[in-house]
Ligand binder design. Structure first.
Ligand SMILES: N[C@@H](CCC(=O)N[C@@H](CS)C(=O)NCC(=O)O)C(=O)O
Length: 325
């Protein structure tokens, strides 16, 4: 039974991510099983997790932060079995234990594992965040971030404070899908393939593909403000959550050090540009990010020492306005 990403290694020593299990959809249709209603849904996240943070970014950008409540777990994995054999996301006991993390306000769960077990008695997958939880039916609606962001984009528009913002517009869908595909494979998941590889060959392959994709992004972003033109789309939010972690974590912890993000002028300024969109900086908790990665993977960093730098200021000026219409 797979219990953590660290166990998802193929015979060749490569990291192979398994698919998410809960795949229901919230709908704007009031007669659906999961209708969009203010106050009904809850997002369980970790500030450390890029997949959870893309959902959180949508929540703020779309103005859903009053309609959908959020709880973050503690940044460092703790024991999720009595034997202490398996580690995973856990909640703090009090609100003051870890700044930014809170006890589970809905189910009193001690770990994310318990949330999965409330929703399904025979769940056999990983205990991942994000989780979109339905307070009314007391179950998990969806635990796949790429689907949660699509729901946040369109299905809650009757209650969103920013209903006209469409990050997946019909005329750009094909381009966004195509961009997401290579960026997911080579960059979002690519950094994990570098970091979790247990043999040199899969690492070499992942690192080569990662840097080819970053170079491709740099070229695109030397000609336009965002990945799919001069307007922000879903593809940018999906890339942002990986890039914001790149120099602080992936360059060291996942051995993505062939080139740093801040050596790419366009990519670096692009990350600052997105960080400065109102609401987005609320989704970046660098303390949780660093504590999690450096502290939760003992096979990679056995002493859990957190490196001192580089402490980049993403609120510094950028040059991306040169592309505005
Ligand atoms: N497909 C999922 C992936 C989520 C995921 O892998 N989350 C990681 C945190 S970054 C996790 O919770 N891992 C727990 C584990 O591996 O046990 C999504 O995009 O929503």
């Amino acid at each position: 039974m797979v219990r953590s990403s660290l166990d998802e290694i193929s015979d060749t020593g490569a990291f192979v991510r398994s698919a998410s299990s809960f795949r229901q959809f919230v709908s704007r249709d009031p007669n659906s099983q999961f209708p969009a209603e203010s106050g009904r849904y809850h997002l369980y996240i970790s500030y450390a997790c890029p997949w959870a943070c893309r959902c959180l970014a949508y929540l703020y950008i779309k103005g859903l932060d009053k309609a959908i409540s959020v709880t973050s777990v503690k940044p460092i994995w703790g024991s999720i079995t009595e034997s202490g054999e398996f580690m995973g996301w856990v909640f703090p006991d009090t609100k003051t234990e870890v700044l930014g993390a809170e006890p589970d306000p809905l189910n009193g769960a001690k770990s994310i594992r318990e949330i999965y077990e409330i929703a399904s008695t025979n769940y056999a997958g990983k205990y991942t965040v994000p989780i979109l939880w339905d307070k009314k039916l007391k179950t998990i609606v969806n635990n796949e971030s790429s689907e949660i962001i699509r729901m946040f984009n369109t299905e809650f528009n009757n209650i969103a404070e920013n209903p006209t913002l469409d990050l997946y517009p019909a005329d750009l869908r094909a381009q966004i899908d195509e961009t997401n595909e290579w960026i997911y494979d080579s960059i979002n998941n690519g950094v994990y393939k570098c970091g979790f590889a247990k043999k040199q060959e899969p690492y070499n392959d992942a690192a080569r593909r990662l840097y080819e994709a970053l170079d491709k992004c740099e070229t695109i972003l030397s000609k336009q403000r965002y990945l799919c033109g001069n307007t922000l789309t879903e593809a940018d939010i999906r890339l942002f959550v990986t890039l914001i972690r790149f120099d602080e974590v992936y360059a060291v912890h996942f051995k993505c050090n062939k080139k740093l993000l801040r050596e790419y002028p366009n990519l670096f300024n692009y990350v600052k540009d997105i960080f400065q969109i109102p609401g987005v900086s609320n989704t970046v908790n660098m303390e949780h990010i660093k504590l999690h990665y450096y502290g939760s993977h003992p096979s990679i960093n056995p002493f859990a020492i957190v490196p001192a730098g580089p402490n980049i200021d993403y609120s510094a000026p950028h040059d991306r306005e040169r592309f505005s219409a």
